[in-house]
Design a protein around this ligand. Structure first.
Ligand code: DAK
Length: 258
């Protein structure tokens, strides 16, 4: 697939996807989401890639789904076509870690996209919100579900019902964001995180992601059992032998991702 609404670039073992509709503040049109899905799937299938970064520009990560593209939708058309859902689901199936590097606005579907990533790193000017209520609709890509899990019910209600934006500091305090960095350092930091992850054993990294996500879908006892079974399976990895031998031999491990 050729891309005109995103840019893709690979640095070492890191795949970088830059949303690229700057005039529309990276509004997430169906075409953009299709291209994003295709790029994510390509990196996920590429053995040479160990982590993926999604970013926007200094003003906007993404200001939401494209309002112009959806304003004339009818209920029947949205229901029958399962309104753009397919292209919003791709990211949930990506098995490698995905890092959102957020500067500027992450609103509506933009915030929902960030929340579908595994780690959110924010620039100091980042602003997060679910302003759909101002448009006469509610969040439609997980905002009412992932936001309360990330920041708790009180803040999720506040943000979704009043359309108020959280700044980077508040989002970090609330647990939506893992780190805040100066705007000019955003990509350096996101790449450093991605490179660190991509240098580790790929199957181990994928299992950590799967296991943490399991925490949201199961009871504690089931989640802990799931984690234990994955942990046991890691004694079958060459990377486990290498990682532990390297520690004891006081050298850096060379992982084969096997
Ligand atoms: N869609 C389309 N165009 C947008 C846009 C958006 N979400 N956000 C901004 N733009 C466009 C503006 O129309 C403007 O275009 P021109 O007038 O220049 O042609 C250009 O980007 C620059 O925007 P502004 O002039 O408004 O810039 P300001 O700096 O003054 O304001 C702003 C920045 C971010 C505060 C403002 O643009 C704004 O409030 N934007 C809308 C934010 C918003 O309401 N977002 C939520 C959208 S609804 C689903 C999946 C996803 C969704 C639903 C269902 N399924 C899978 C079922 C998601 C829904 C949404 O996200």
């Amino acid at each position: 697939m050729s891309y005109d609404l995103i840019k893709v670039q690979q640095k070492g073992r890191v795949g970088i996807i830059t949303l690229n509709r700057p005039k529309q503040l990276n509004a997430l049109s169906p075409e953009l989401m299709q291209q994003l899905g295709a790029a994510l799937q390509a990196y996920d299938a590429d053995e040479g890639v160990g982590a993926i970064v999604i970013t926007g520009n200094e003003k906007a990560f993404a200001a939401g789904a494209d309002i112009a593209a959806m304003k004339d939708y009818s209920y029947m058309a949205a229901f029958l076509a399962d309104y753009i859902t397919r292209d919003w689901e791709h990211i949930r199936r990506i098995r490698k870690p995905v890092i959102a590097a957020v500067a500027g606005y992450a609103l509506g579907g933009g915030n929902e996209l960030a929340m579908m990533c595994d780690i959110v790193i924010a620039a100091e000017n980042a602003r997060f919100g679910q302003p759909e209520v101002n448009l006469g609709v509610m969040p439609g890509a997980g905002g009412t579900q992932r936001l309360p899990r990330a920041v708790g019910k009180a803040k999720a209600m506040d943000v979704c019902l009043t359309a108020r934006m959280m700044d980077a500091q508040e989002a970090e305090r609330a647990g939506l964001v893992s780190r805040i960095v100066p705007l000019e350092k955003l990509m350096d930091e996101a790449l450093a995180v991605a490179e660190k992850i991509a240098g580790c054993s790929l199957p181990v990294v994928m299992m950590i992601k799967e296991s943490i996500n399991r925490a949201y879908e199961s009871t504690l006892a089931e989640g802990v059992l799931f984690e234990r079974r994955l942990f046991h399976s890691q004694f079958a990895l060459a990377d486990q032998k290498e990682g532990m031998a390297a520690f004891l031999e006081k050298r850096k491990p060379t992982f084969k991702h096997r």
